[in-house]
Design a protein around this ligand. Sequence first.
Ligand SMILES: C[S@@+](CC[C@H](N)C(=O)[O-])C[C@H]1O[C@@H](n2cnc3c(N)ncnc32)[C@H](O)[C@@H]1O
Length: 211
Amino acid sequence: MDLNYEQAVVYIADLYKGQDSPKALDYESQSETREYDPIIEDDIARLFKVFLHAIQHKTILEIGMSIGFSTTILANVAKVYGGRVTTLELNPDVANHARRHFAREGVEDVIDIQIGNAVDILPTLDDAGFDVVFQDSSKRLYPAMLQDCLRVLRKGGLLLVDDTLWPAMLPIEEWDKSRKGIHKFNKQLVLENVESTVVTIGEGCTVAIKL
Ligand SMILES: C[S@@+](CC[C@H](N)C(=O)[O-])C[C@H]1O[C@@H](n2cnc3c(N)ncnc32)[C@H](O)[C@@H]1O
């Protein structure tokens, strides 16, 4: 049977209508800025919640916070298990919008925000200090950050990476650097000591366990 991907997306969205909390769309409509990069889709948020509850992770590192939608999803689960989220963000302006969302959602007490370039911050973080690393920053920098992402992850920890199909599969000139970055990252990751797969939801989401 041929499954039509677009129809499946509509079907799934309908199934979960009114169920997602918080919702990506609410974060977008309640942010008083349009100057931010895209955030994860609701179906990726659901995938994260399932994984995080399954393994009851406590220490979570996010790279690329933006207005903080994914951070809230991670923090809501971390909070249940007495955990914390450390999140790295280059842009101090979007971080201010994220802080307002965190206060409204009641998760600000479990989130540590570090403003700066993740390429510089990652090497300062301890080996094996995190149960989960979520990479969602600059796509062209994914390959350069991969070794540090794996280093700061404990054995058995979970690496989540967003946008691993977009724009790798779209030969659009404007996105050439991102496309090359993602493609290089994808090729590198499969050679690492991980068990991984690419889930074809949203713009593609890679899930890997460090062995
Ligand atoms: C796709 S958005 C993150 C969306 C967020 N994870 C969500 O789903 O709600 C990417 C963010 O990464 C940040 N970023 C890009 N390059 C970065 C870097 N080198 N270090 C830290 N943050 C970076 C951007 O400023 C942007 O806010």
